[in-house]
Every structure is written in structure tokens, then in C-alpha cells.
Design a protein around this ligand. Structure first.
Ligand code: NGQ
Ligand code: ZN
Length: 465
């Protein structure tokens, strides 16, 4: 791929960034100098005097981790909004369209689409992505000669854009609970345990070439993986995270009950040993008991509020889950819209609409945007190995707000976060640094022109003719 990687640290690797305000783990601070060495924060000083010639870079936030993405789905954003000839469009009819979309598109197209999605994630405030990567085979369902061919393309898109990568190779083997044979539309995903183990080896080799990539495993769902396969695949995560889709759709809950007598999250709680390494994607449909037990397990809820609304999944019991001490991260999932603030807005609004209240997810006496931003930061970091905040030893993954935007006028600190989430700044973000290097300037990825050109070409190949 021709796009040159974002320059990594030059031989002299230390520099510093000055911000008038910054959101630190202990709270907002003024006149903050963040020193960066080899891509990591090496010192944080507050209340410093700005040196002559030292630029004031404005208001800094720690970048968020996007816990759940299927990057290739970016290319079908807006293409599945037409009503079918018969009533009953839903998640399953969307999925059939998504499968058809996979009839075309090889490594070059997938890399180009992924690069655009990753650039937009950086522009939208995400500095790391958990890519739930399940396209392994060619459009005919044949394995590429190199089992890591497409994982390598995901890594190339991460290198080209600079985003932090948590690569989550997906194990997918069945069309439904109880080991049903896979459907024709699933041929690009399918693996067996031996093949998956080789894919994991390749993924680790590929990830080692990136500065701070993390590798985990993603048994796709209890629909797609048998209990025996789950037991074989989970240990392959090593120290990395384990991500799985669970309880997104009511039909899935019913099918799981029919198969096992238990609901998906209940089954995982009873049989899979859920703990802090786990991230349950969606976990939309929970009983009060499952909600409490999942929160107590330490597993992160991987919430994807924009996609969940788009697909008509349902509403996650966020109030009860947070009250029980649960952790959540944000995912852009289908990438129909890529924007961290938009995910937080959709999450809070889903709760306001169902509970007929306001500031529903805020801590008592605290701002909603501020509460949600901090929680998404912590849960996202736990689920992906991303930055936990602006602190010594953490990756220097930073976001500076576009404070010239009128939506921010007269606001400070958490009021800025409320305006970011709810008041829709047209230019929300000015600059993004990954490992201390600028990857987004004036709201645009530094390689946007080249990434866009390749994306358009890829779309011609995937949609054209
Ligand atoms: C996915 N999407 O993995 O992209 C799934 C559809 C499937 C969501 N669950 C594929 N939102 O479930 O088999
Ligand atoms: Zn998903």
C-alpha cells in the first residue's frame, strides 16, 4: 500500500506539549505541560509558566478506545436504509444485505475501506480501535495462501493512519446455536480451531511490527461457536482481551434458551468464567439478575449505541448496570457513523427516552458528558489495552478540542464535555496526537486526501459495474 505510515518518533524522541487545560486522572488542571518520550507520557506538570515560543495547544482530553468495529462495514453506511418488499425489516434482513456486500472486495479494497474508517475514528476522538476482525477468506470462501492476509491489511491500515490497534481475530464456525453448519453467506468468516490457531500466530507476528498493538481473541457469539470451541479458543488470548457478541437481539436470546435453557449472558456467566479480561458486545437484553452478575464479574459491556439504534437491537439497561458498578466501553460497530461524542449522546438519549428523565447516567451532582467520558475511557482501556488517561507511562494519545467553535463559547472543563456530547459542535476536535505525534490537524487526518482517493477507488470495485 502506498500511503506512507505516520512518521514514528525521530531519533531524538522527547518533546513536550503545553495545554491551557487538560483532563487528568485527578480532574481538570491548568497550564499543563505533558512530556512525551518514545510515544509515552514521561512527565505531567501542572501550573507551569509557558515558555517563550511554546505554543498553547488549548484543551486536552485523553483519547478514547473504540472497543468494537467491523471496519469494512463503513463502505455500506447508508446503503441498507431502504424498506424491503415485504414488511419486517430488522437486524436479520440487514445482516442478509451485509453478507451480500461481501461477494466482492479483496485485500486492497478491504485495506482502503479500513483506512478510511480508522482515519475517521481518529478524527472522531478515538485513538485506539478494537477491530473485531472476521473476514478471513476470499469472496469464494477460499482461504488466502497466507491465513493472515487480511489481518495484515487491517494492521497496514492502522500503520497508515496511526491509530492504536487491538486486533481481535474472530473465530466463527456455525450458523446457529448447537453447532449448525455455516451458511453460504458466512463463507468468508469460517474457521476451525486448527486454522484459527495459525491465524492467531500470524496475527501476533503482524501486531509485533506495530509500536503498541494488542492481540486478543473474539469468539464471534454463542450462535457461531460451540462450547467446546469456546473452551479451545479463549486460552489463545493469553494476556489479551476476549470479546464476544451477546444478547443483541431477542431472537438470539430465545434461540439460546431453546438450545441450553439459559439466556446468552446467563450462559456465559455460568460456563465461561467471565472476568475483567472479557468484553461482552451489546449485552442489550439482560434480566436484572444478569445485569448485577455481569457488573460484578468485571466484564466490560461493549456498547454500540448508534449501531444498536440503527439495527433496532433494543436498549441496554445502562442505569441499573452502572448502579451495580458495571464498566462500559464504546464501539462504533457497523461504522454507519463514526463519532465518539455521538455514541455517548445516543447512549444517554436512549435512557432518557425510556425512563423519561434527564441527566440519567450522570454521577450525582456531576455533568453527564463528564461522567460518560470518564467511564467510557476507563472501560475502553480495560477492554482494549488502550490509554487509561494522561499519566506517566501511558501512551500519549491526546485529543484537543476545537475551542474556537461557537458551541464551546464561554464553557470550561466538564461544561465543554457536555457541549461536545450534546450541543453538536460543527468542528468538535482540532488536533489528535497518537503516541505524541499529530495525526489529525484542524479536524482532518493528515493523510486524508490519499486515504479518500483510495477509498473511492475501492468503492468503485466493490459497488461498481
Ligand atoms: C457482525 N453484526 O459480526 O458484524 C454482526 C453480524 C452475524 C452485529 N451483530 C454478523 N451487529 O451476527 O453473524
Ligand atoms: Zn459486532
Amino acid at each position: 500500500m502506498e500511503v506512507c505510515p505516520v512518521p514514528q518518533s525521530p531519533p531524538v524522541t522527547a518533546h513536550s506539549l503545553f495545554f491551557a487545560r487538560a483532563l487528568l486522572p485527578a480532574g481538570w488542571a491548568g497550564d499543563v505541560r505533558i512530556s512525551v518520550t518514545d510515544g509515552r507520557v514521561s512527565q505531567v506538570e501542572t501550573g507551569v509558566v509557558r515558555a517563550a515560543g511554546e505554543a498553547d495547544l488549548g484543551v486536552a482530553l485523553p483519547g478514547l478506545s473504540n472497543v468494537h468495529s467491523h471496519a469494512f462495514q463503513r463502505a455500506m453506511a447508508g446503503l441498507t436504509e431502504e424498506r424491503g418488499p415485504t414488511a419486517g425489516d430488522d437486524f436479520w434482513s440487514w445482516r442478509a444485505l451485509m453478507y451480500r456486500f461481501l461477494d466482492r472486495g479483496g485485500p486492497d479494497e478491504i485495506e482502503a475501506i479500513t483506512a478510511l474508517a480508522f482515519a475517521e475514528m481518529l478524527e472522531g476522538g478515538f485513538t485506539r480501535v478494537g477491530e473485531f476482525h472476521y473476514l478471513h477468506n476470499d469472496p469464494d470462501g477460499r482461504s488466502y495462501g497466507d491465513p493472515g492476509e487480511l489481518a495484515g491489511r487491517i494492521a497496514a491500515a492502522a500503520a497508515g493512519t496511526g491509530i492504536g490497534l487491538t486486533l481481535l481475530p474472530v473465530f466463527y464456525a456455525h450458523a446457529g446455536f448447537g453447532g449448525q453448519p455455516p451458511a453460504q453467506g458466512q463463507r468468508r468468516f469460517i474457521n476451525d480451531v486448527g486454522g484459527f490457531s495459525r491465524l492467531m500466530e500470524e496475527s501476533r507476528r503482524i501486531a509485533a511490527a506495530l509500536p503498541d498493538a494488542v492481540v486478543g481473541v473474539a469468539p464471534h457469539s454463542l450462535r457461531a461457536v460451540t462450547p467446546e470451541e469456546l473452551a479451545a479458543v479463549v486460552p489463545m488470548a493469553g494476556d489479551g482481551p476476549v470479546h464476544i457478541h451477546a444478547a443483541e437481539q431477542t431472537k438470539e436470546v430465545q434461540d439460546c434458551l431453546d438450545w441450553s435453557g439459559a439466556r446468552p449472558v446467563q450462559w456465559l456467566l455460568d460456563h465461561a468464567g467471565l472476568d475483567r479480561r472479557w468484553c461482552l458486545i451489546h449485552a442489550t437484553h439482560l434480566t436484572p439478575d444478569e445485569t448485577k452478575r455481569m457488573a460484578a464479574s468485571g466484564a466490560v459491556a461493549g456498547l454500540c449505541p448508534v449501531t444498536e439504534a440503527n439495527l433496532g437491537d433494543g436498549v441496554f439497561p445502562a442505569v441499573e448496570f452502572l448502579e451495580a458498578g458495571g464498566a462500559f466501553g464504546l464501539g462504533t460497530d457497523s461504522n454507519v457513523l463514526i463519532d465518539a461524542a455521538g455514541e455517548l449522546r445516543a447512549l444517554e438519549y436512549s435512557q432518557r427516552l425510556t425512563r423519561r428523565g434527564r441527566a440519567v447516567l450522570a454521577d450525582p451532582g456531576a455533568s453527564t458528558g463528564g461522567t460518560l467520558y470518564r467511564r467510557a475511557l476507563a472501560g475502553g482501556a480495560q477492554a482494549t489495552g488502550g490509554t487509561t488517561g494522561i499519566a506517566v507511562g501511558e501512551a500519549a494519545d491526546l485529543v484537543a478540542l476545537e475551542t474556537d467553535d461557537l458551541a464551546y463559547a464561554g464553557r470550561r472543563d466538564d461544561a465543554l464535555l457536555d457541549s461536545l456530547v450534546f450541543a453538536g459542535p460543527k468542528r468538535a476536535i482540532r488536533t489528535v496526537w497518537r503516541r505524541g505525534r499529530v495525526v489529525v490537524e484542524n479536524g482532518r487526518h493528515v493523510h486524508r486526501a490519499a486515504i479518500e482517493a483510495r477509498y473511492r477507488k475501492a468503492l468503485d470495485a466493490v459497488l461498481g459495474g
